[in-house]
Design a protein. Structure first.
Lengths: 282, 781
């Protein structure tokens, strides 16, 4: 496990990181390094220059304002899992972050790196898509934001441009009457999600007024399941099972541990269980 | 003095290890040290048309690039030998570096030596090998088919050996008249050992003396020295010193002699400077000998009372691309001989075909043959419980060798010296609350949803390898005794030189307890030296749960000799007759005259100050023993596993695991429990998660820890352990060995539990590992 030769640069600010990105062709940003370094050690990635943004405090932290939570891209999984702000306003994100890897991984890995890397077995992407979060990017030419649902494009491919840095994620806080849950079917070797189901339901006066289900691990990008049939129901187990069984993936991914068909099946089961858990929390 | 045998004193090894001060091979540095990177075949089978090393050689800092040509030019034997022969065994040569054909992914084709390890890797990528890919076969059953690609010309049909034990005719007769028969086709999944520390070597050759010191990850330095000098490097044995520093686990994988260590030795000789190589995790997975990989058809015949009348086993056992050090012994003498289990079986026949495949060689891995045998016997016993209606407990009880039948001669060569199987089963049932569990299971079955299952494994193992005459007659090229040199210093502290080389087991603690107990001194006064061929007289090493039973017994013998010698010295000093002297609690006493005594310290000091000794008394107080056991030892026990199966997804949750083991007398209960915990983790890992998977072209698709699931702590549950104690009758300590018991017993217990949970679905077998998808498919088919 020896990476190829590379140069190491440490950025002191977002602006410096952006100009380093421009100056060095094929350079890679490094946040927690927990996806990048393994790729480099396997020589699957051989960037000539690594730009360390890990110490940019301006990109760290969690806050809430006006019904929306903001998470800086360099916030670690451990900080997200332990956040009081998220516990109060968006506990499902903290729940998912708590499922990532082990303590060491959570202490180093960041939300920005996690979604920029876009592994189909990552725990964060389906939750962000479920929440309708927006991902914020900065480049020398300005800033822009993109809906989480559009951000993930394919296996390990996202909307981050070569000259861009992911600065933060905004997600709407969960309102009263809304419950959400993230359920993970863990790969016994990698610890990533074989299937990760993120669900939310809103209940008012005993009736469902809104529901969402997004399943990770089944396809290259998070799969949104149409569970609108739940709106207006009392969220019975049967109604939930029927809604979750709508999970469909055209070209499900598979490996030696779990085939595509099986992932779709587990996605339905975990989708059902996540919806039921969300209902019980609403 | 309080007794120290049987007490859980803390491991003296741990302070250094857990504070990061342990020195492993890769921590060592030598003046002028260079680094090797080995170029490996990406193909499972290919002809080498040519190798262009110029691109690598052109990189500044590259010191040498060697290929098979350089091995030939060095005029050395240059091969990796097999150390265990069977009748008609095919032994095609295993060259250190492949010359014209590669036979598995990871086969060495060249080595690069450079100033640093990064450069060595970069250069290795620039060695251009022109391969002509050939058809490959990775599967043990497919390799036996008529049109299978041949791994070696010398082995037609890919058969390495054809071996049998027992009597086919009497088994046929038993089946012909059986009231019940059960049969099973099963796979014993291929495993990768995964020692946390990868294999590593630092070879330092000095042309001025012609000597080479090799620090390496070894479970048996003397065996490595012998094979390395004799078959690979062709150096005189006395010019080679092998040292095993701290070794971070082995599980068998560091017993064997590999090409890589020999290659690095050759590099050091060529360059006349120290060369280091440490396997990457990927290399570890491609080159450490794998374990298991059997395909087996087996059947059991029983009479109307549920008594076993016959057992038939036919196994194809993968050898991989070459015969590794002990490979032929594992699926034969460590497998077929165990087929009687804990049971009185009047007729047994076991036939094994050793099969070459285009894969990493297969050899001993924790349990080595005995887990595979236990799995066959205990899976069949589960089915027999169902077929006879007796259930898993009663069918076992009815067939246990009865306690008054020992020594018990099995139909498969082994003679069990001792045993008492019923009480271990009783205790296991009591611990687990068996009747309660069965009623919980019944109500789950009525209500649907997650199902629970209870699985048993009543195992036997033969360990304490090994009575040399027995293994010699069975084909071993070496005896398997162990040596110990125990030296009492003038101040009565003691140094032990043992041939049993520790790689995590806690020998230093355990062996110091043996000496302290026998000599009546504090364990802190005993130092234990191992793992260095220049310091230790000779040794067979650590494997086969042999260290306490064989290495420990050698130490006990030496201590006894020291006491006898001490009596003579004390008799001289006390002007008494040696016959009248007794030794107790560190004192030599004249029987009947309590005031006439001398402490060990007085005697030890006088042993070295000796100046007026009679002619027949030599100075000094030390003794060497080469202890050769009279028989194997036979630990046994009953394990019970309770699982919950989510039939909707096929996921399995471990609920309980109770193990009652009889490992004879226990020296350090904490260490014994620790060995069981580790073995259980690996056995449960085999049952549920671990699997070395090759695709049809011979690529190892589970070659990384992202795909190969080694059990992690959160996958496991607290184990419930207890013991019965039936001391080994033939060694001085009454100990039997515990290193492998957990890995031997547990796969069958887990699989039996899952199959028990799923019996309402008509499921009688699922092959390991029981991944959720396999379970789900079985439930839905
Ligand atoms: C042993 C192990 C287990 C793991 N288990 C899980 C798991 O169970 N679930 C899970 O979801 N993940 C898991 N991970 C991945 C973990 O979450 C990583 O931390 C994460 O995927 C990457 O985050 P990072 O900060 O380490 O990013 P890095 O490795 O530093 O970067 C990853 C990629 O993102 C880019 N990047 C990073 N930050 C930015 C930014 N601000 N702007 C633009 N691009 C950026 C980098 O250039 C690189 O391409 C595991 C990782 C390991 C090593």
């Amino acid at each position: 496990m020896y990476p190829a030769q590379f140069d190491y640069r440490r950025a002191g600010s977002v602006d410096e990181a952006l100009s380093l990105l421009q100056e060095n062709e094929d350079a890679k940003l490094m946040a927690g390094g927990h996806s990048l370094i393994p790729m480099m050690k396997l020589r699957l990635a051989q960037p000539p220059v690594v730009i360390d943004i890990g110490r940019l405090d301006e990109l760290k932290g969690i806050s809430e304002a006006g019904g929306s939570v903001r998470v800086g891209s360099l916030t670690t999984h451990a900080d997200i899992a332990a956040s009081d702000v998220l516990a109060a306003h968006c506990p499902v994100l903290a729940e998912a972050a708590g499922h990532i890897g082990d303590a060491q991984v959570r202490n180093r890995g960041t939300i920005g790196g996690n979604i920029a890397h876009a592994d189909p077995g990552s725990d964060i992407p389906p939750v962000l898509v479920l929440l309708g979060a927006s991902v914020h990017l900065q480049s020398p030419s300005g800033t822009r934001s993109v809906a989480a649902g559009d951000f993930f494009q394919d296996l390990l491919m996202t909307d981050v441009g070569e000259d861009e840095i992911l600065t933060h994620v905004d997600a709407p806080a969960l309102g009263a009457g809304t419950g959400a849950a993230y359920l993970k079917f863990e790969h016994p070797a990698s610890g990533y999600a074989v299937v990760g189901a993120a669900a939310a339901v809103t209940v008012q006066g005993g009736r469902c007024t809104g529901a969402g289900l997004v399943v990770g691990g089944v396809s290259a990008t998070p799969t949104t399941v149409d569970v609108s049939s739940l709106v207006g129901t009392d969220l019975s187990d049967d109604a939930i099972a029927a809604a979750a069984s709508g999970l469909d993936a055209e070209d499900p991914i598979g490996d030696i541990f779990a085939s595509g068909d099986y992932r779709v099946h587990v996605g339905k089961v975990y989708g059902k269980r996540a919806l039921a858990a969300a209902r019980d929390r609403a | 003095m309080a007794r120290v045998l049987g007490t859980s004193i803390k491991r003296r090894e741990d302070p250094a290890l857990i504070t990061g001060r342990g020195k492993y091979t890769d921590d060592l540095k030598a003046e002028g040290m260079a680094h090797a990177a080995i170029v490996r075949s990406p193909y499972a089978h290919a002809r080498i048309r040519g190798i262009d090393t110029s691109g690598a050689e052109a990189l500044p800092g590259v010191l040498a690039v060697l290929t098979a040509r350089d091995v030939a030019a060095a005029g050395i034997p240059g091969v990796v030998p097999v150390g265990w022969l069977l009748p008609d065994l095919k032994t095609p040569a295993h060259p250190m570096i492949a010359a014209d054909t590669v036979r598995h992914v990871g086969d060495a084709v060249a080595v690069v030596v450079a100033a640093d390890r990064y450069l060595a890797r970069d250069a290795a990528e620039r060695v251009a090998v022109d391969y002509e890919p050939l058809d490959a076969v990775a599967d043990v059953v497919a390799a036996l088919e008529d049109d299978a690609p041949a791994v070696h010309e010398e082995a037609p049909g890919n058969v390495a050996f054809d071996w049998e034990i027992g009597e086919r005719e009497s088994v046929d007769a038993a089946f012909a008249s059986a009231a019940h028969t059960v049969e099973l086709d099963l796979r014993n999944n291929r495993l990768i050992p995964h020692a946390i520390e990868p294999r590593a070597v630092l070879a330092s050759y000095d042309s001025s003396t012609g000597e080479m010191t090799i620090h390496m990850t070894s479970q048996n330095p003397h065996v490595h020295r012998l094979l390395m000098t004799l078959a690979s490097l062709g150096m005189p044995e006395h010019k080679v010193r092998i040292v095993a520093p701290e070794v971070g686990g082995g599980f068998g994988s560091k017993i064997h002699h590999y090409a890589d260590e020999a290659i690095v030795g050759l590099c050091s000789m060529k360059l006349d400077r120290p060369v280091k190589w440490t396997a990457t995790r990927t290399e570890t997975n491609l080159t450490d000998a794998h374990g298991r990989d059997h395909s087996t058809r087996c059947a059991l015949a029983l009479d109307a009372d549920g008594r076993i009348t016959g057992l038939r086993v036919d196994t194809a056992a993968a050898m991989g691309a070459y015969l590794s050090t002990f490979a032929p012994a594992v699926p034969t003498y460590l497998y077929g001989t165990l087929m009687s289990g804990q049971y009185d079986i009047p007729a047994i026949h076991c036939h094994v075909t050793g099969v070459f495949t285009h894969t990493t060689p297969v050899d001993a891995y924790r349990g080595a043959g005995r887990p595979e045998a236990t799995y066959v016997v205990e899976r069949l016993m589960h089915l027999a419980g169902e077929a006879t209606g007796l259930g898993p407990v009663e069918v076992r009880r009815r067939n246990f060798v009865s306690p008054d039948a020992f020594p018990y001669q099995t139909q498969v060569a082994l003679a069990y010296d001792s045993g008492n199987y019923g009480p271990a089963m009783d205790r296991a049932l009591e611990m687990i609350g068996y009747d309660d569990l069965r009623s919980q299971q019944a109500s789950r079955r009525d209500n649907g949803g997650k199902q629970i299952g209870i699985g048993f494994s009543s195992y036997i193992e033969a360990c304490g390898l090994a009575p040399s005459a027995v293994v010699g007659s069975l084909g071993a090229q070496a005896g398997q005794w162990e040596s110990a040199d125990v030296r009492v210093h003038p101040t009565a502290s003691v140094t032990v030189y043992t041939g049993s080389s520790s790689h995590g087991q806690g020998h230093e603690t355990t062996f110091s307890q043996i000496v302290a107990d026998r000599l009546g001194i504090e364990p802190e006064a005993v130092e234990v030296i191992h793992g260095d061929t220049d310091l230790v007289q000779f040794g067979m090493g650590t494997y086969g749960s042999r260290s306490a039973a064989v290495g420990g017994s050698a130490i006990a013998r030496s201590v006894d000799k020291i006491i006898e010698k001490g009596k003579k010295i004390a008799a001289h000093l006390l002007e008494a007759s040696a016959d009248d002297l007794e030794y107790e609690d560190g004192n030599f006493r004249v029987a009947g005259s309590p005031d006439r005594s001398l402490g060990l310290g007085d005697v030890a000091l006088q042993a070295y100050l000796a100046h007026n000794y009679p002619d027949d008394l030599e100075p000094g107080l030390s003794a060497t023993s080469f202890y050769d056991p009279a028989n194997f030892t036979y630990p046994f026990g009953t394990h019970v596993c309770v699982v919950e199966v989510d039939t909707e997804t096929g996921s399995i949750e471990l609920l309980r695991y109770a193990a009652v083991d009889d490992v004879g007398n226990v020296i350090n209960p904490m260490i014994v429990d620790g060995q069981l915990h580790g073995g259980l983790a690996q056995g449960i890992g085999q049952a549920l998660w671990e699997n070395a998977v090759y695709d049809d072209s011979g690529q190892l698709v589970s070659g990384s820890l992202m795909d190969y699931a080694v059990p992690k702590i959160h996958n496991l549950i607290p184990f419930e352990l207890d013991r019965t104690t039936t001391p080994c009758p033939h060694n001085p300590l009454g100990v039997k060995g515990v290193g492998e018991a957990g890995a031997i017993a547990s796969p069958a217990a887990v699989v039996n539990a899952v199959v028990d949970a799923l019996s309402p679905f008509g499921i009688s077998h699922i092959d390991m590992p029981l991944t959720p998808e396999k379970v789900w498919r079985a439930v839905n088919s």
